[in-house]
Write a protein of this length. Structure first.
Length: 419
């Protein structure tokens, strides 16, 4: 009985999925059928009966191809373990030039609206992913769509013929029930191989995207390194260097006053000693900002726990690491956690936070959650955007979940070798 119940449960789930696949993949053929019906209704004498259906087919297919393919990718990702990247080219940033015109990566326009519209249409027609979507939209109805239509067609036949008199009608109704029930657990499954085959970016496109991504990562790493060097130079110039110059002047003054005014010389020496102590503290703080000693000596987990003790926030740290990551990865994650906890105190006004560090399969995953006011967003030039740039150098990702009112949950994932 348990196996029978499990079978019917699978059949029910499969029937719903098959109906969903049939509805999505047959959406564009439905537009084709409507266009043909419109031409037939107008009649052959009307000149528009030939032109209008053709225009409707072309526009409908082009307009629905991308939404249909996005829905297919979503269904495949939700129902199976396959993830099909869309491969759409990202839109360049629209920038206003000093002449007043707007540059969209392709041409200059008089207004931002015109620049965005021109960019959108150029990307739509020059992107290879658009033609992959069109190809899949034409192929899917005759492959996965036809097979997925078996359960709903069988159910419709059963409803149509079972209530009619006669042995032939009953036989057709029973056959419809058998087809619907028997094919339901399997009819939706061809969607995955068909989508993977025709929607996945080609190897050449994937390599091109990877080269572009690595080029952007190299540029971001260079910018981040230059900014860090400028910060260190500024801190040395404005802090320790100024104090050391003042210390040298104080010692020279004390040397001149040693014979004539020894009391004044001793006072200056005491002040110089205090300045030397302050300079040493600033240098230690600068070194801590470059690479905290506890991170180098004891690893990421202990460094984060030490950081949690210094943050004015009730912070709980959970960690499950089988091995230490590479030092650059450790440093990037540590400063990312430090920035997120600082944001929780400074901007979100949180009272509690939780840091989770764990290794999942081949990724090192860090989650930082706080009970602040939420609504955290990633914008150009912000700290979260800088965090993403820092992690992209290691093929890492940053995911933000921050509804208004909180809580805020930020997930950082970096590929790593499994032990």
């Amino acid at each position: 009985m348990r196996q029978v119940g499990s079978w019917f449960a699978r059949a029910g789930v499969g029937f719903v999925r098959a109906c969903t696949v049939a509805a999505v993949t047959m959406l564009v053929p439905g537009v084709w059928a409507a266009a043909v019906a419109l031409g037939i209704w107008w009649g052959p004498a009307n000149p528009w009966s030939w032109v209008a259906p053709f225009v409707l087919v072309c526009l409908g297919t082009l307009a629905l191809s991308r939404p249909v393919c996005r829905m297919v990718r979503h269904l495949v990702r939700r129902w199976t373990t396959s993830v099909i990247p869309d491969g759409y080219r990202p839109a360049p940033q629209v920038v206003r030039m000093s002449t007043g015109y707007w540059w969209n990566g392709f041409s200059y326009e008089r207004s931002r609206r015109d620049a965005v519209m021109d960019q959108r249409w150029r990307l739509r027609y020059t992107d290879p992913a658009t033609w992959r979507d069109l190809r899949f939209t034409v192929i899917a109805p005759f492959t996965a769509g036809l097979i997925a239509s078996l359960p709903p067609v069988g159910a419709a036949a059963a409803l149509l013929w079972l209530g009619r008199p006669g042995p032939g009608a009953g036989l057709l109704g029973a056959a419809g029930v058998v087809v619907a029930v028997a094919s339901a657990p399997y009819a939706w499954r061809p969607l995955e191989p068909v989508a993977v085959r025709f929607l996945r970016p080609s190897r050449a496109a994937a390599l091109t995207d990877r080269v572009d991504e690595l080029t952007a990562q190299r540029a971001n790493a260079t910018v981040a390194q230059a900014a860090e060097l400028r910060r260190i130079e500024r801190d040395l110039h404005d802090g320790a260097q100024a104090r050391l110059v003042a210390l040298g002047l104080s010692l020279a003054t004390a040397e001149k006053l040693m014979e004539n005014d020894p009391d004044r010389a001793r006072t200056i020496l005491r002040e110089a000693r205090a300045g030397a102590s302050a300079s040493l503290a600033e240098l230690r703080e600068l070194v801590r900002g470059i690479s905290p000693p506890v991170l180098t000596e004891r690893g990421l987990v202990d460094a984060v726990r030490a950081l949690a003790l210094d943050i004015p926030l009730d912070t709980h740290v959970d960690a499950d690491l089988r091995r230490r990551p590479e030092p650059p990865v450790e440093s990037a994650l540590y400063f990312g956690i430090a920035e997120l906890l600082t944001n929780a105190v400074k901007h979100a006004h949180a009272s509690r936070a939780r840091v989770s560090i764990a290794q999942h399969a081949d990724h090192l995953v860090v989650e930082v959650e706080d009970d602040g006011r939420g609504a955290a967003t990633m914008h150009t030039g912000g700290g979260l955007a800088g965090l993403r740039r820092r992690l992209t150098a290691f093929d890492g990702t940053v995911e933000i979940t921050s509804p208004a009112g909180g809580p805020t949950r930020i997930r950082m994932a970096v590929p790593c070798e499994s032990s």
